[in-house]
Design a binder for this molecule. Structure first.
Ligand code: IDP
Length: 140
């Protein structure tokens, strides 16, 4: 087992419904620690850069519009196998397919407005954490 850091984002559908605390309780109850956190209103350029890997996908424009439709909370989660642990706590991308008890099953509104983002590999986690945080903003 390895201690990892991963990037989590609480998306605009969840901040709008005041669900930040309820979502973060799920991470803390499962042993992940929030070691960096900030609330941001992303610009279009920032959202396009963050989701650059999805630029060719049909839903890219809608995804960017959604991600700038309200504030997000970007955060660094730390713990044993944090990348996979976070993905399991989040549940499947489409809430219709998410396991009961996961964040997306319980809170997501749709495949797009699915309440949370989580890095899908350690390599992407390192890149995504660095996108939003400098080392001085993370205290483990
Ligand atoms: P993930 O967030 O579970 O890793 P990805 O396939 O990487 O899923 O997609 C990134 C985000 O794009 C999703 O979380 C969701 O907000 C949005 N998205 C994914 N598939 C669709 C779709 O078919 N329609 C609209 N939005 C989508």
């Amino acid at each position: 087992m390895a201690v990892e850091r991963t990037l989590s984002i609480i998306k605009p559908d969840a901040t709008r419904r005041n669900l930040t605390g309820k979502i973060n309780a799920r991470f803390e109850e499962k042993g992940l620690r929030i070691v960096g956190q900030k609330r941001l209103q992303l610009t279009r350029a920032q959202a396009e850069a963050f989701y650059g890997v999805h630029r060719e996908r049909s839903f890219f424009g809608e995804l960017v519009d959604f991600m700038i439709s309200g504030p997000v909370v970007v955060q660094v989660l730390e713990g044993e196998n944090a990348v996979l642990a976070n993905r399991e706590i989040m549940g499947a991308t489409n809430p219709a397919n998410a396991e009961p008890g996961t964040i997306r099953a319980d809170f997501a509104e749709s495949i797009e407005a699915n309440s949370v983002h989580g890095s899908d590999s350690l390599e992407n986690a390192n890149r995504e954490v660095s996108f939003f945080f400098s080392e001085i903003e993370i205290a483990g």
